[in-house]
Design a protein around this ligand. Structure first.
Ligand SMILES: [Fe+2]
Ligand SMILES: [Fe+2]
Length: 271
């Protein structure tokens, strides 16, 4: 089974890149399940129900969120109806769910959205929470377990790998919008600290640099804006899992503007 994961989709440029390339990626690499992170999909802040339906219509199977999940609160109205997750370690009063379980190529697969602690909104301890969740999945016999770990600190992300390697199929990071080059299969778990954004590539984190520079120089800025025109990038990780949920192959794909996607990195396999 092959899973493709794109992290933060930023604004219309990010949605356009998905629309342009995801069909070809699914076909060329035989992808069975596509997961994307939606937290910045509508003009950089959250996702509207309309844009959520647009992404699902492209063949996205599960969508994960993060600290920007609630920026467009209207999304709450359709979260129970569609595979639109929010971090699982929000408190019990928070709407939505953080885990999706479905059948893919004859196997039950779990997709979990987890949020880190450092600089993030108030949430339950992600490490304690994920141990509970993984234990429960193991009891149910679910061995294909994918985690989008939405976190700022690479230290937390690496700690999660140390905690769970060999027990889950994949831990892929999102939130920082900058891809890291540590894609690895360690203990048969696919891991990367951050996949990086899909959206504008010629600015700062997918938003117009004017406000970002104002913030840096003056200490204040106006609303961060996603540019209407920019140079674009799509980034995703494709991983192959065996019948036991172990990762046997993984690679990173990048696409620049209209150019076809290419393999930019193969996962190093730790022995
Ligand atoms: Fe983000
Ligand atoms: Fe985030």
């Amino acid at each position: 089974m092959k899973i493709a994961f794109c992290a933060d989709i930023v604004g219309r440029p990010g949605r356009e890149m998905l629309k342009r390339h995801i069909g070809a990626i699914k076909k060329e690499y035989g992808v069975d399940l596509v997961v994307v992170n939606y937290e910045n999909a509508s003009h950089g802040f959250g996702i509207s129900p309309k844009n959520a339906m647009e992404l699902l219509g492209l063949g996205i199977d599960v969508m994960t969120g993060g600290n920007h999940t609630w920026d467009k609160k209207e999304i709450v109205s359709i979260m129970d109806e569609y595979p639109i997750l929010r971090p699982i370690n929000y408190g019990s009063f928070t709407p939505g769910r953080g885990k999706w379980i479905g059948e893919v190529s004859g196997e039950r697969v779990a997709v979990i959205n987890l949020m880190g602690h450092f600089t993030m909104p108030m949430c339950d301890n992600p490490f304690v929470k994920i141990l509970e969740v993984v234990e429960q999945l193991e009891e149910e016999g679910i061995r294909h377990i994918f985690i989008d770990f939405h976190a700022e600190a690479t230290a937390e992300k690496r700690a999660l790998l140390a905690l769970l390697k060999g027990r889950v199929s994949a831990i892929c990071g999102s939130h920082t919008h900058v891809g890291t080059d540590d894609l690895v299969i360690d203990g048969e778990t696919c891991y990367v600290s951050d996949v990086g954004l899909t959206g504008c590539r010629d600015n700062s984190l997918g938003v117009d640099t004017k406000e970002v520079i104002d913030q840096c120089l003056k200490g204040y800025s106006s609303h961060f804006d996603v540019p209407k025109k920019c140079k674009k990038i799509l980034q995703c990780v494709v991983m192959e899992l065996d019948a036991h949920g172990k990762c046997i192959d993984a690679f990173k794909l990048k696409a620049y503007d209209n150019e076809p996607p290419f393999v930019s990195q193969k996962a190093y396999v730790e022995q």
